[in-house]
Design a protein around this ligand. Structure first.
Ligand SMILES: CCCCCCCCCCC/C=C/C(=O)SCCNC(=O)CCNC(=O)[C@H](O)C(C)(C)COP(=O)(O)OP(=O)(O)OC[C@H]1O[C@@H](n2cnc3c(N)ncnc32)[C@H](O)[C@@H]1OP(=O)(O)O
Length: 359
């Protein structure tokens, strides 16, 4: 006799209680069997090219063809029963999310010793910048520019400083299509980088681990960059079918010379912290074992310096270039808007997402 509706419902509930993630392949099978058991053969339209996850689900369901609902129900119950026995023997504990200050979901912001610290806080995603994080960083910079801190510090939570733009930002296509997505992305990028160009107080990066993409390029707009010797600096733009942003097409050649900037920005050469220091992108490198202690001792001392003198000195140093930086930012953003629609970019992003797809 086949599985009853009650057995099936019980199996559906048991899936939610599995202690171990069964992996994408099994989750696809479960999804497909569930849909077949409850709705019968797949007859919904195939999702679009960019909608990787729903397309994979659709493919799995569609592959079941005309499998009868009862058989799908039985197969589902059998599959869950197998998963339960293997899951009970090993449990996986997900790390608890870090504490977060009210109002921000992707950042932890603290103010102490006249220092506002903005910590990128998506450690499970290597602090990749999703659209919410871009927005929250802009809000945090706006607030920090007005608070009573003397310096503002960026750092990352967990083992990465940041893996750069969250590549899932390329999914979730609005009704206006990919063109609208790219247009909004370019506006977001431009506004985001403008906030760094205009930030009035000394801005410090405490680069606790590897940094990728936009988290590296904007370092050219920071006033101090302290790096752990575990940090690396990587801008794989060509690999992603993309082009430089964060004003790096201007700041990097200026900071490190054309030859070294080209190696990073066109050929995607990953720099060690020592190399980044030698090329002037990093102010100082510290051993990872004493990084936090040494850096924060230094920053606490700096934060006691007179606030107005520091702010005015920054203005004198940076103001001649502001107009130029805004123009460069606008140009880089508009070039990227086109790039995001290119086959080179679409294929590179799809490659990453399909390798990492979680269902
Ligand atoms: C048209 C739309 C426009 C949208 C809006 C645009 C806004 C402005 C854009 C500005 C342009 C910016 C450009 C850049 O920043 S380019 C750089 C982009 N970043 C990358 O290419 C890095 C991709 N990630 C990796 O290569 C690896 O994950 C990494 C080397 C960083 C770490 O590898 P490792 O093996 O140690 O760890 P995992 O890969 O298993 O990662 C752990 C989980 O984190 C997820 N992850 C990591 N990085 C990203 C990322 N950049 N985007 C999305 N998700 C990321 C990864 O998928 C893992 O997740 P799961 O545990 O769920 O699998």
């Amino acid at each position: 006799m086949g599985a009853s509706q009650k057995d099936f419902e019980s199996a559906v509930n048991q899936v939610k209680l599995l202690k171990k993630d069964p992996g994408n392949e099994v989750k696809l099978k479960l999804y497909a069997l569930y849909k077949q058991a409850t709705e019968g053969p797949c007859n919904t339209p195939k999702p679009g090219l960019f909608d990787l996850i729903n397309k994979a689900k659709w493919d799995a369901w569609n592959a079941l063809g005309d499998l009868p609902k009862e058989t799908a129900r039985q197969n589902y119950v059998d599959l869950v029963s197998g998963l339960r026995s293997s899951s009970d023997s090993s449990s996986q504990v997900k790390p608890e999310a870090d504490k977060k200050q009210a109002g921000y979901e992707t950042l932890v912001i603290t103010s102490e010793d006249h220092i506002t610290k903005i910590m990128l806080n998506r450690p499970a995603k290597k602090n990749a910048l999703n659209t919410q994080m871009y927005q929250e960083i802009m809000l945090a910079l706006e607030a920090a520019s007005k608070d009573d801190s003397t310096i503002t510090v960026f750092t990352g939570s967990g083992d990465y400083y940041s893996s750069g733009n969250d590549l899932t930002n390329f999914t979730d296509i609005p009704p206006g299509g990919v063109e609208e997505k790219a247009k909004n992305g370019a506006i977001l990028l431009r506004d985001f980088v403008d906030c760094f160009i205009d930030f009035p107080k000394p801005l410090v990066a405490v680069v606790n681990g590897p940094a990728v993409g936009i988290s590296v390029t904007v370092l050219g707009l920071f006033d101090l960059v302290y790096a752990s010797d575990r940090a690396t600096f990587h801008t794989p733009f060509s690999h992603l079918g993309q082009t430089p942003e964060g004003c790096s097409s201007y700041t990097f050649p200026k900071i490190m010379g054309l030859a070294k900037a080209v190696e990073m920005l066109i050929f995607g050469k990953k720099l060690t912290a020592g190399e980044a220091y030698a090329q002037g992108l990093v102010t100082e490198v510290f051993p990872d074992s004493t990084f936090e202690k040494e850096v924060w001792t230094r920053l606490k001392a700096y934060s006691k310096l007179p606030r107005n003198a520091m702010r005015i000195s920054k203005q004198i140093i940076r103001n001649h270039e502001k107009e130029k930086l805004h123009a460069i930012n606008a140009e880089e953003s508009s070039i990227l808007q086109e790039r995001w629609l290119s086959d080179e970019c679409v294929n590179a992003v799809m490659n990453f997402l399909s390798q990492k797809a979680k269902l």
